[in-house]
Design a protein. Structure first.
Length: 169
Protein backbone atom coordinates (compact mmCIF):
# COMPACT_ATOMS: atom_id res chain seq x y z
CA UNK A 1 0.00 0.00 0.00
CA UNK A 2 1.29 3.50 -0.82
CA UNK A 3 0.32 6.73 0.93
CA UNK A 4 1.53 10.01 -0.57
CA UNK A 5 4.61 8.45 -2.09
CA UNK A 6 5.42 6.15 0.86
CA UNK A 7 5.32 2.40 0.70
CA UNK A 8 4.01 0.89 3.92
CA UNK A 9 4.72 -2.53 5.30
CA UNK A 10 1.85 -4.90 6.10
CA UNK A 11 2.42 -4.25 9.82
CA UNK A 12 2.24 -0.47 9.30
CA UNK A 13 -1.05 -0.89 7.42
CA UNK A 14 -2.43 -3.04 10.29
CA UNK A 15 -1.26 -0.45 12.84
CA UNK A 16 -2.88 2.43 10.93
CA UNK A 17 -6.10 0.45 10.55
CA UNK A 18 -6.16 -0.30 14.29
CA UNK A 19 -5.41 3.35 15.14
CA UNK A 20 -8.24 4.49 12.88
CA UNK A 21 -10.61 1.98 14.53
CA UNK A 22 -9.60 3.20 18.02
CA UNK A 23 -10.07 6.88 17.12
CA UNK A 24 -13.55 6.10 15.74
CA UNK A 25 -14.47 4.01 18.81
CA UNK A 26 -13.49 6.92 21.08
CA UNK A 27 -15.78 9.33 19.22
CA UNK A 28 -13.48 10.51 16.46
CA UNK A 29 -10.80 13.21 16.32
CA UNK A 30 -13.05 15.89 17.89
CA UNK A 31 -13.68 13.73 20.98
CA UNK A 32 -9.93 13.25 21.37
CA UNK A 33 -9.36 17.02 21.12
CA UNK A 34 -12.18 17.67 23.62
CA UNK A 35 -10.69 15.16 26.06
CA UNK A 36 -7.26 16.79 25.73
CA UNK A 37 -8.79 20.19 26.54
CA UNK A 38 -10.35 18.73 29.70
CA UNK A 39 -6.94 17.30 30.62
CA UNK A 40 -8.39 13.80 30.52
CA UNK A 41 -7.35 10.83 28.49
CA UNK A 42 -10.05 8.87 26.75
CA UNK A 43 -10.75 5.44 28.25
CA UNK A 44 -8.16 2.92 27.01
CA UNK A 45 -9.34 -0.05 24.96
CA UNK A 46 -9.08 -2.86 27.47
CA UNK A 47 -8.48 -6.39 26.32
CA UNK A 48 -9.28 -9.70 27.98
CA UNK A 49 -6.94 -12.49 28.93
CA UNK A 50 -6.86 -15.75 30.83
CA UNK A 51 -4.25 -16.32 33.55
CA UNK A 52 -2.20 -19.39 32.64
CA UNK A 53 0.52 -19.40 35.35
CA UNK A 54 1.76 -17.49 38.41
CA UNK A 55 5.23 -17.09 39.92
CA UNK A 56 5.88 -15.59 43.37
CA UNK A 57 7.99 -12.46 43.71
CA UNK A 58 10.36 -11.75 46.59
CA UNK A 59 7.72 -9.67 48.45
CA UNK A 60 6.68 -11.83 51.42
CA UNK A 61 4.94 -11.55 54.80
CA UNK A 62 6.42 -12.29 58.26
CA UNK A 63 5.95 -16.04 57.67
CA UNK A 64 7.94 -15.83 54.39
CA UNK A 65 4.77 -16.37 52.31
CA UNK A 66 4.48 -14.41 49.05
CA UNK A 67 1.98 -11.55 48.74
CA UNK A 68 2.77 -10.52 45.13
CA UNK A 69 3.12 -12.58 41.95
CA UNK A 70 4.05 -12.18 38.31
CA UNK A 71 1.74 -13.88 35.84
CA UNK A 72 1.64 -15.40 32.38
CA UNK A 73 -1.49 -14.58 30.41
CA UNK A 74 -3.08 -15.41 27.04
CA UNK A 75 -5.34 -12.96 25.25
CA UNK A 76 -8.82 -14.40 24.72
CA UNK A 77 -11.96 -13.62 22.77
CA UNK A 78 -15.61 -14.56 23.42
CA UNK A 79 -17.13 -16.86 20.80
CA UNK A 80 -20.38 -18.16 22.37
CA UNK A 81 -22.90 -17.05 25.00
CA UNK A 82 -22.66 -17.91 28.68
CA UNK A 83 -19.66 -18.91 30.77
CA UNK A 84 -18.15 -21.05 28.02
CA UNK A 85 -16.79 -19.69 24.80
CA UNK A 86 -13.62 -17.90 25.87
CA UNK A 87 -10.89 -19.02 23.46
CA UNK A 88 -7.28 -18.01 22.95
CA UNK A 89 -6.97 -15.50 20.13
CA UNK A 90 -5.00 -16.76 17.14
CA UNK A 91 -2.99 -13.54 16.88
CA UNK A 92 -3.57 -12.24 20.42
CA UNK A 93 -1.00 -11.47 23.11
CA UNK A 94 0.52 -14.53 24.78
CA UNK A 95 3.10 -14.23 27.60
CA UNK A 96 6.33 -16.03 26.92
CA UNK A 97 7.64 -14.94 30.33
CA UNK A 98 6.08 -13.94 33.64
CA UNK A 99 5.58 -10.34 32.50
CA UNK A 100 2.09 -9.46 33.72
CA UNK A 101 1.14 -7.82 37.01
CA UNK A 102 -2.05 -7.61 39.10
CA UNK A 103 -3.25 -4.08 39.98
CA UNK A 104 -4.91 -5.52 43.12
CA UNK A 105 -1.50 -6.63 44.47
CA UNK A 106 0.18 -3.23 44.03
CA UNK A 107 -0.18 -2.25 47.70
CA UNK A 108 0.77 -5.66 49.12
CA UNK A 109 4.02 -5.30 51.04
CA UNK A 110 3.74 -8.23 53.47
CA UNK A 111 3.20 -6.08 56.56
CA UNK A 112 -0.14 -5.19 58.09
CA UNK A 113 -3.34 -5.20 56.12
CA UNK A 114 -2.92 -6.31 52.52
CA UNK A 115 -5.06 -5.16 49.57
CA UNK A 116 -7.49 -8.07 50.11
CA UNK A 117 -8.29 -6.65 53.58
CA UNK A 118 -6.47 -9.35 55.58
CA UNK A 119 -3.99 -8.18 58.26
CA UNK A 120 -0.96 -10.45 57.96
CA UNK A 121 0.51 -9.03 61.19
CA UNK A 122 -2.72 -9.41 63.16
CA UNK A 123 -2.83 -11.57 66.28
CA UNK A 124 -5.62 -13.65 64.72
CA UNK A 125 -3.76 -14.40 61.48
CA UNK A 126 -2.77 -18.09 61.68
CA UNK A 127 0.83 -18.90 60.74
CA UNK A 128 -0.53 -21.79 58.63
CA UNK A 129 -2.44 -19.42 56.33
CA UNK A 130 -1.06 -17.99 53.09
CA UNK A 131 -2.24 -15.51 50.51
CA UNK A 132 -2.89 -17.20 47.18
CA UNK A 133 -2.07 -15.99 43.66
CA UNK A 134 -4.92 -15.27 41.26
CA UNK A 135 -6.47 -18.50 40.04
CA UNK A 136 -5.14 -20.02 36.82
CA UNK A 137 -7.99 -19.80 34.31
CA UNK A 138 -9.40 -16.52 35.68
CA UNK A 139 -10.53 -14.03 33.02
CA UNK A 140 -9.06 -10.55 33.53
CA UNK A 141 -9.00 -7.19 31.74
CA UNK A 142 -5.51 -6.05 30.79
CA UNK A 143 -3.68 -3.10 29.28
CA UNK A 144 -0.20 -2.21 28.13
CA UNK A 145 1.49 0.34 30.44
CA UNK A 146 4.46 2.26 29.03
CA UNK A 147 7.10 2.49 31.79
CA UNK A 148 9.73 4.26 29.71
CA UNK A 149 10.82 4.34 26.08
CA UNK A 150 12.33 0.86 26.34
CA UNK A 151 9.90 -0.93 28.66
CA UNK A 152 6.22 -1.79 28.41
CA UNK A 153 4.49 -3.89 31.06
CA UNK A 154 1.19 -5.74 31.09
CA UNK A 155 -1.15 -4.88 34.00
CA UNK A 156 -4.50 -6.52 34.66
CA UNK A 157 -7.61 -6.11 36.78
CA UNK A 158 -8.77 -9.33 38.40
CA UNK A 159 -12.38 -10.28 39.02
CA UNK A 160 -11.62 -10.09 42.78
CA UNK A 161 -8.80 -9.96 45.30
CA UNK A 162 -6.33 -12.68 46.29
CA UNK A 163 -7.76 -15.35 48.55
CA UNK A 164 -6.21 -16.82 51.70
CA UNK A 165 -5.90 -20.52 52.41
CA UNK A 166 -4.60 -22.69 55.24
CA UNK A 167 -5.50 -24.96 58.14
CA UNK A 168 -7.10 -23.91 61.39
CA UNK A 169 -5.77 -25.31 64.66
Amino acid sequence: MAIQGYILSEQAVRDLTELSRLVKSLGGPQALRDAARRDEAPAPPYRRAKIVAAEATVVVDANANPVQWKYKIQEIVKTTAGYAGWVTMTKGYVSSTFDSYNHAETGNDGTGRQMNGIDHDGADYPATFKMQPMQVGAVVLFEYVQVNSALTEIWFWPPGYNGEDGTCA
